[in-house]
Design a binder for this molecule. Structure first.
Ligand code: KG4
Ligand code: ZN
Length: 333
């Protein structure tokens, strides 16, 4: 069985052709550069870019894989959550291919695809914990099995990636801000600035990052933004994020997770999972709590169509729905 999938929910235009045995025959990710100068994604520009690029990379993927369109057995696309323009373009395009070839179309939930991405390259036992850290979401999920995915904590305001991007903008760094901050932080002193840890002592598994961003802004206004400041603030901000995540994960693991499972594993998924400093923080938890932390392959961390194809393979038996309408606020369950 061959699957063709598209991902267009934000600023990556991506397609993938995957075989049922999870061999990737072609995977193209086009990261739109047009947003760099705006310090964040401009939805209208993203839609136009998806429209221009999607057909082109589909042709390239077919050529690269040596697969003919009429040999594809299953079509799928991200149908939410995300920016509605991109969702409409990706899903309408892929639905058209499926109708034109008389093959099923499967709508894929972007969040579920991120969560399931770590199952691609890891043998994971249930129950399992997944920390989803992206530009739009910061959530903790408890998985009893593939179809029983329960949200147990999330941000009440900004997502972590969004906080990285906004702090980068304050510091005059380009978009996406996460990798820029990580780079600058390598040469900074993480103890230079004391930043707040919102919600850290609350009796729940939720997060809040907008106050943290405001604190960075207030400190920045009182300082000259030179290279030393940028490096020290990047390191201090990143340390603060690491402390918050470590604290909350420790809390979930001891209060909820340990009671349910002995073979403990936690997956870290989404674009922010690329961050090596945060990986070191998770390594510390791993060593202290005897819990394994797992990650998707690098190509499946930031937005990509391979995770959509993989989720399609895992879900296709019970989820054919050509009439599913794109939903910018789609949630898991
Ligand atoms: O998963 P993703 O590609 O898209 C969404 O679903 O939102 O995540 C994008 C986010 C951006 O906010 C970007 O700044 C962040 O992931 N990011 C990072 C790093 N690489 C990407 N954040 C921190 N450190 C990184 N190395
Ligand atoms: Zn994403």
């Amino acid at each position: 069985m061959l699957v063709f999938s598209a991902e267009t929910s934000c600023d990556e235009t991506s397609v993938c052709i995957m075989r049922e045995d999870k061999t990737v025959l072609s995977h193209i990710v086009y990261s739109q550069t047009i947003h760099t100068r705006h310090g964040g994604v401009v939805p209208e520009l993203a839609s136009r870019a998806h429209l221009e690029i999607l057909q082109q990379i589909t042709r390239e993927a077919l050529k690269e894989s040596g697969v003919k369109l009429n040999e594809i057995n299953l079509f799928s696309a991200t149908c939410g959550p995300g920016l509605i323009g991109g969702l409409l373009i990706g899903s309408t395009f892929t639905k058209s291919l499926s109708i034109g070839n008389s093959k099923p179309f499967i709508p894929i939930n972007h969040l579920e695809a991120h969560i399931l991405s770590s199952f691609y390259n890891n043998e994971i036992k249930f129950p399992h914990l997944s920390l989803l850290i992206t530009g739009g979401h910061t959530q903790i999920y408890f998985l009893k099995n593939y179809n029983d995915i329960q949200l147990i904590g999330e941000t009440i305001d900004d997502a972590i990636g969004e906080a990285f991007d906004k702090v980068a903008k304050i510091l005059g760094l380009s978009y996406p801000g996460g990798p820029e901050i990580e780079k600058k932080a390598l040469e900074g002193n993480e103890n230079s600035f004391k930043l707040p840890h919102p919600l850290i002592n609350e009796d729940n598994f939720n997060f809040s990052f907008s106050g943290l961003k405001t604190s960075v802004n207030l400190v920045a206004k009182k300082n000259i933004i030179n290279q030393i400041f940028i490096k020290n603030m990047s390191a201090s901000f990143q340390k603060c994020i690491g402390t918050i995540l470590t604290f909350k994960l420790n809390k979930v693991i001891s209060e909820l997770y340990k009671k349910n499972s002995k073979d403990l594993s936690v997956s870290i998924v989404g674009g922010v999972a690329n961050n090596d400093y945060l990986k070191k923080c998770f390594k510390n938890i791993e060593e202290k709590k005897a819990i394994q932390f797992v990650y998707p392959p690098k190509q499946m961390m930031s937005d990509n169509a391979a995770m959509i194809a993989w989720a399609t393979i895992l879900k296709h038996r019970n989820n054919h729905d050509i009439n599913f309408r794109p939903n910018p606020r789609l949630t898991v369950k």
